[in-house]
Design a protein around this ligand. Sequence first.
Ligand code: ACM
Length: 688
Amino acid sequence: MDAKRVRRIVCGGMAAGAMLVGTLMAQNATTVQPSFVNTLMPQPAQLTAGDGRLAVAPGVTVSFDKTHDERLEGAVEWAMQRLKNQTGVLMQNAAAGATGTLVVSVDGPGQAVQSVNEDESYTLEITAQAAHLHASTDVGAMHGLDTLLQLVQSDGMGFWLPAVSIQDSPRFKWRGLMIDVSRHFEPVGVIERTLDGMAAVKMNVFHWHLSDDQGFRMESRIFPKLTGEGSDGQYYTQEQTREVVEYARGLGIRVVPEFDMPAHSTSWAVGYPELASAPGPFTVGHNFGVFDATMDPAKKSTYAFLDKFIGEMAGIFPDEYMHIGGDENNGVEWKQNPAIQAFMTTHNLKDTGALQNYFNQQLLQILKKHGKKMIGWDEVMTPDLPKDVVVQSWRGFASLSAGAKQGYSGILSAGYYLDHIDPASTHYAVDPVPASSDLTPEQAARILGGEACMWSEYVEPRTIDSRIWPRTAAIAERLWSPQSVSSEDDMYRRLAVESLRLEELGLTHISQEDASLRALAGTQQIDALRPLAAVLEPVNFDTRSEWTQAHGGTTLSPMNRLVDALPPDPPSRHDFGDLMSTYLQDPVGHPDEESALTSTFRSWSVQPEMMELMSSSPQLAEGLPRALQLAELGTMGLEALSYLSSGVPAPPMWKPQKLAILDDAEAPVALTRFTVLKAMRDLVNEVR
Ligand code: ACM
């Protein structure tokens, strides 16, 4: 039994040893037709719904019929704990030699160190009598267990699994989430609950961005000043890191560490200024943007340092890949350093790009010596780079595609930047190999997948969950499911359910909003804030960055404002848009939609309780203009409904005036924006 998983299961209130052996209870649905609501996320490659349902009721059991190692046992225990949380039903181990209601049939544990080529496929056959999960590896079985949990259906009488036959495997091998823990540090607990969420949606790579200008977060015993002077005291010990790697392995997730080089490296130079291309001294960066600090590629001592450091890290991170960053070197320090300029002349390196290529070549030898392959951002892709380097594209599909044509493997991150605060639908529409791609099948096969990126300028432990979830589940589906799974409406329908399941796992992306609003309002009675909070979301990254720069914001600035409480892409955008588009198809023919819109618009009026709460703290008070604008939107909505239902034309100036109000409402206030303006514009434009 995996020690980590046991600890959690026991904390969850169920000691494995206390399980009682039960009897098989399967219900043959002769009278009840299965009503199977498919909320799977990601959707499997193939699913056939059958007849009948398998009751999830006291007495259900689980057994293994082939190999089972500690990791698989831990995964099954964890799944059973979650099933119990969901249904109240404790699935117990079948008696020795007996066949369980659920049979877990796994050929072998899989790779000792999970690689990008791990077999993640599984099949799941559920009938009214039994469920059979088959996989080649533990990792495939884990994915199957997550599917099984997502299949659970319920009504007032109880819970069941629908009869289905599923054959599933991922479209892409590399389905990652990157978290930048440099700009804001995330404690181990946050990382582990994020890993739980990733596994639930079948993601398999945690890319840990461990160093940047704003902090060096990984303990080195050889170079203790990296964290001693470069982390403001916030870093992971080697023991904690090993724990996270082991925890991730227990979930079928690879951990790829990133140490960003040669640029984005101020934090290295605080304790070890000799690494840098400028004399220093250096201090930990607390502001944002592209810094000048860059490692000195002309000194042998730089490589001697990196050799020791990478050797040490290779002993902690077992994954075959190590990410060297490589992005956004502005070349300023290299151009200003006469010794580096002389080195370039001697080595016939015509520009800083050529010098970075030289640096990468040295780094490649070091990585190779320590058994690692290189992955880096777009900028590492220079002509002399060997083809086994993986390029992570943050610049765009064109760059990824160009790499694939030259023979490089690549993963896509452009379009998956969570910090940009785009709707889930925007990310969902981004495909690493779009239907319009001109890549040959051989070139397309080099696109290994993609990674969502959580850069952390504007997140901290309290808010990171709502910036990652649930939108990342939509990206996870894009990377796992067939390309044909592309309906935005169906994605949002299932995402709403998946979001609840993720919260049940311990993520705080939903609860954080209310917790923050309660803290800001100083009371538990925050209902009056909801109509406003529900239709606001944070502004995008660029708007927040401009504001932050103009106001001298840093990594130390508090993130306890209204904007920080609000989740990106809240349900209101899609739900309200959907309601509006249905209504507008035929305003007189949709009385239910009209009445739903009427009550929504009424709820947007200025209520004394709301104004009182909004005035209870400076952070809420900065949103007061939004409350007044919302009331205007509500009035506009009611007027539009009345024109549309009566057929009476609006006065000539009505529409231009309302469109001008909508234009005004687009401007950021308190770093927030409305989610309903597009739908309101559609409504106003419909009025004659
Ligand atoms: C990046 O966004 N500079 C990788």
